[in-house]
Ligand binder design. Sequence first.
Ligand code: C2O
Length: 551
Amino acid sequence: GITRHYKFDINYTNLTRLCHTRSVITVNGQLPGPRLIAREGDRVIVKVVNHVSNNISIHWHGIRQLTTGWSDGPAYITQCPIQTGQSYTYNFTITGQRGTLWYHAHISWLRSSVYGPMVILPRKNESFPFPKPYKQIPILFGEWFNVDPEAVIAQALQTGGGPNVSDAYTINGLPGPLYNCSSASDTFKLKVKPGKTYMLRLVNSALNDELFFGIANHSLTVVDADAVYVKPFETEWLLITPGQTTNVLLKTKPHSPNATFLMEAKPYFTGQGTFDNSTVAGILEYAPAKKSTTAKLPVMKPTLPSINGNFSTPQVANFTAKFRSLASPKFPANVPQTVSRKFFFTVGLGTTPCPQNTTCQGPTNTTKFAASINNVSFALPSVAMLQSYYAGNSIGVFSSDFPQNPANPFNYTGPAPNNTNVGNGTKALVLAFNTSVEVILQDTSILGAESHPLHLHGFNFFVVGQGFGNYDQNKDPAKFNLVDPVERNTVGVPAGGWVAIRFLADNPGVWFMHCHLDVHTSWGLRMAWIVMDGPLPNQKLQPPPADLPQC
Ligand code: C2O
């Protein structure tokens, strides 16, 4: 591979959406940020310069970062943030991945405007395992806030209540024509020619919602998920959770001069629907375009599953079950067939007591919302865990006793289980190098069932099983797929159900795992793994770079 250099200037940019102008923190003045392109095997070097008053760090979501954990990016996990006026150079090699990944700020809610696509092409003399698309177009879903999202989450954490929702979803930064005060120029347009195959590189960069997506009158063929090829399958719509990426092929009609079609994304939310801020639309426009497509909207809309349905949940389960690894000689699925360590994690919402003599806005006015794994609501330390781990001194930073199982097993998906209390902690789980790991991620219906997109840094994992209700360790393992399960870095733990993942701990360092709904992350639905060095030189965490930020 070759080395590719990028420079990211984090600065303020005035942007107007929905008739609101706001000073937004961006990468190089762009929303979404600039496209980063590399081939498998390339080294990528990105100098990030912070020109704003907030601290910042950038995460390269899904990049394995083999032995280069210092470049992973989550603030206070692998690095201290880059302070105002400072810079840090991320330096990593893309190993064994091709498809679409993305980068985003990894501190507080700054990723709402600091994010962009990473296009990873196959190695120079290699091709896709499908016909080469005519064009490749990144499509990033996001959220627009009329007010500063940093103020939104700060207020929510202070009062213990739920944060205000964003004002619109966006496609490539644009809310589209279905929102009030959103003009044609605020609409993403995909201009296509008839009779061609386009590859859409879909990324869900939204803060807080899993999204359905579809294009009227066009089906899509899924070929890649989280930068791993999958067995192609055709679908009318997709569900994509925050953090996930999906490459789809779009075949345009043989003859459709002047035709336009709507594409839409809208949330799948299984709770009370408070996060429904409606639908973002873009336009698929066949060449040659009519003079003005601004006057009238295309009439054809895609048919998407219904919002806020426990109705949609079976449809979603059917959809996610279609993802299978290629598992071909060239692209094998190296699923751990046996595991040496098994963990059982409950993931869900809960509460912590409100400080005395104050009123909170949690589920009751004496409680605050919290979220946890095994009832531990993870508190970020004040120095980076990786730094203190590398220095061999974790005292006062973190402990290594993260619970491997829930303290008191209960009926996780039954009605109103009385297990809502969560405690704070900064705890990790330590794994020896090359441990094969299985984690059961069990959703809890403690405060309304909701699915949780769990993201693991530093690894891909195989999703070997999923189901509804409580995981049954006597029956469910027999149904695991150890042949061609999908391999990814983010998986939706279904509302009122569970998923089983397996991975090989072959990457030394400290690795964050968390719900990719930012509100749940902020409430503590996160933890960290520590993977020890292996015996060989290339199995050890590299020394920290000289410009690593200090806290
Ligand atoms: Cu895309 Cu830790 O996140």
